[in-house]
Unconditional design. Structure first.
Length: 154
């Protein structure tokens, strides 16, 4: 389970950090992150498609120190979809809310659909387009990669 930590903000900071709220479909699991969201990637791999029931999953890598659970930590269930990768979802409503990767323990991958609609984010890439569904059409003019962001362009 994710151990919530308070985000560190200097006491002498004049500007308060922008907090972005998020929750699952039933509202039982609630969290906040401290902006900015950073790069957003749209993952078209088989696992993300099936886990989300959509053409892709919109994900942002967030440092754990900028993530805080507000309510419902006990509602989170995890499924290890591949070795070292855990998909975390609300056990009440089934909403996918974030993922954890063992080789990157200081971060989680937030599912952008869980964030309040006012959240600002920039979609920077399509990834794993080599395994996208045949019916999925890439119409956005952002970089596309056959596999991960470090792989060849599509």
């Amino acid at each position: 389970m994710i151990m919530p930590r308070e985000a560190r903000v200097p006491r002498d900071s004049v500007m308060q950090p922008k907090r972005i709220r998020g929750n699952c479909l039933c509202g039982g699991f609630q969290f906040e992150i401290i902006a900015p969201i950073g790069e957003v990637r749209l993952c078209h791999c088989d696992l993300c498609r099936r886990a989300n029931g959509t053409a892709f999953s919109a994900n942002a890598r967030i440092p754990l120190e900028r993530f805080r659970v507000i309510a419902g930590d006990d509602l989170i269930s995890e499924y290890e979809s591949s070795p070292g990768a855990r998909r975390c979802f609300c056990s009440r409503c089934g909403s996918p809310v974030f993922a954890r990767v063992a080789k990157d323990p200081g971060h989680i991958r937030i599912r952008l659909g869980t964030l309040d609609r006012e959240a600002e984010a920039e979609i920077t890439a399509h990834v794993w387009v080599g395994s996208k569904a045949r019916w999925d059409r890439l119409t956005w003019t952002i970089p596309s990669y056959e596999r991960g962001i470090d792989g060849p362009r599509a």
